[in-house]
Ligand binder design. Structure first.
Ligand code: G3I
Length: 462
């Protein structure tokens, strides 16, 4: 992106607040006394910083400056971290809500999600970090001439269906929940009602009532349904393990998959055939199925699923496989193998994340493109972004904006990759999250009202 030379005119006094021990005060005094001055090309550099010395912030340190712009300006910081890998620069303009910038260890430019109209503006940059020895270095604030309208008015990058996990009990007993569901989402995933421990709690004893009700509701309201999850180690009923001694475990698996898929054929068109087969090191988790059938149980499940409903799209669904790690590598190998045999159509990346602990847009987009390269679809299947774990120093408003950034990055990555065909969050609203309302992890708040995160997702995927 070219940086236009609009001139941010004005001389800014820079003052640094926050907890700075005497020893460091000396190191920073030069900056305290010095003035930020506009130089050619709208670059504000710490004037007088000898050798291009950058602004250095300790945790909770704040740098302030004032600028004057002559027209709409986009804002970007050039920053890096030292002494830790996680930390955020919270940039507030004219005292408004903070925008989060997450620098890495290398110098890089970071867009501040704000559009400055013409005029005089107070800019405050606060450093929030988990460890005392962290430092944030900032050496430039840049203002780029921006288009007339704020990015928010631009349409979505690509329309992608937005879905959510649902719970039948909440749907039946909470009218506001049901209304928010219909108003916000176009696809549902039964949170538990289609898992084996729910559908067949005892051999041959089928419990379809809840799943039937959810599928019927979806059909009445024109919602798609993701079937979740035919084979899931953590939610396999205990009676299955006994098949090892007295029976035929492959037949047990086949009967379950065939009975369920044929019941919903044509109404549930996408299934998580196997969920979370790998551990964090890329090895196969041990569960009832792997003990009885060996590692081949995964492929066997896909074979039975393909046989049961050839019209359905068969997915493998995984947690924490969104970045370049050993679990992702194992998942890619599995998918390539199944794809070569015509047994798989897509992969679900769950995206259970937290503020300060989430894939970047670039990391997620890179993983999405790996599946595009293999020739399968990929969906974000269970996204949530926890924000309750941070220290109280960061305001809720600031956390909600940071959460919106994480959702925006994920939705933007999905919109950028044609193979990404659906974006699902793991619950209708904060009060119904498996993580608890205190984590505020979803797109609607405790009163079922839209949060900045929903706006961010809509800007990316419509
Ligand atoms: O319905 C019973 C209720 O009758 C009983 O009184 C209560 C107390 O034990 O348990 C209720 O069942 C609980 C069920 O959620 C419904 O609330 C189960 O104990 C509880 O284990 C189950 O947790 C679900 C979890 O999967 C189980 O593994 C969560 O709601 C659900 O959000 C979570 O979803 C998983 C995805 O399927 C796969 N990806 C990870 C994701 C989060 O763990």
């Amino acid at each position: 992106m070219g940086w236009l030379t609009g001139v941010a005119v004005g001389v800014a006094a820079l003052s640094i607040g926050g907890v700075v021990p005497a020893a460091h005060a000396a190191a920073l005094r030069g900056l305290e006394a010095e003035r930020m001055s506009a130089s050619k090309g709208s670059v504000l550099r710490a004037a007088g910083a000898s050798g291009g010395r950058a602004l250095k912030l300790r945790p909770r340190g704040v740098a302030r400056t004032v600028v004057r712009t002559h027209g709409p300006r986009a804002v970007a910081l050039r920053a890096r971290l030292r002494g830790c890998r996680r930390g955020s620069l919270l940039v507030s303009i004219d005292g408004g809500p903070a925008r989060r910038v997450r620098p890495g260890l290398r110098w890089a430019r970071h867009r501040v999600r704000a559009l400055l109209p013409a005029g005089r503006h107070r800019i405050a940059i606060r450093f929030a970090a988990p460890r005392h020895r962290c430092r944030a270095h900032v050496d430039r604030i840049r203002f780029r001439r921006a288009g007339g309208s704020a990015p928010a008015s631009a349409g979505p990058l690509r329309r992608v269906p937005l879905g959510t996990a649902v719970d039948l009990h909440d749907l039946r007993h909470d009218a506001a929940y049901e209304q928010a569901l219909r108003k916000t989402y176009v696809s549902i995933t039964p949170e538990n009602e289609m898992k084996m421990d729910w559908l067949q709690p005892a051999e041959g004893r089928w419990n379809f009532a809840a799943a039937d009700a959810l599928v019927a509701y979806a059909q009445r309201n024109g919602l798609a349904v993701r079937g979740h999850a035919l084979i899931f180690g953590e939610q396999t009923p205990p009676w299955v393990s006994r098949k090892w001694l007295f029976g035929d475990p492959a037949r047990t698996m086949r009967t379950h998959i065939r009975t369920v898929m044929r019941r919903y054929a044509g109404r549930v068109r996408v299934w998580d055939v196997v969920n979370e087969a790998f551990d964090d090191y890329g090895g196969l988790k041990t569960n009832a199925w792997s003990r009885m059938l060996g590692p081949g149980y995964v492929e066997l499940a896909f074979r039975y699923a393909r046989e049961a409903d050839p019209t359905a799209k068969l997915f493998y669904n995984e947690i924490n496989a969104e970045t370049d790690n050993r679990k992702r590598a194992a998942t890619l190998r599995l998918v390539e193998r199944l794809k070569a045999k015509g047994l798989i159509d897509g992969v679900g990346l769950q995206m259970h994340t937290a503020l300060g602990w989430a894939p970047t847009r670039e990391q997620l987009e890179s993983t999405l493109r790996e599946y595009e390269r293999i020739g399968v679809e990929v969906e974000i299947t269970e996204m949530d972004v926890m924000i309750g774990h941070l220290d109280a120093a960061e305001s809720i408003d600031s956390r909600l904006l940071g959460q919106a950034d994480v959702y925006r990055d994920a939705a933007t990555a999905c919109a950028a990759v044609a193979a990404c065909t659906r974006f699902t969050v793991w619950g209708v609203a904060d009060a119904y999250s498996w993580k608890g309302i205190e984590e505020r992890p979803l797109l609607l708040d405790g009163a079922l009202q839209p949060k900045p995160a929903l706006t961010a997702v809509r800007q990316a995927i419509g």
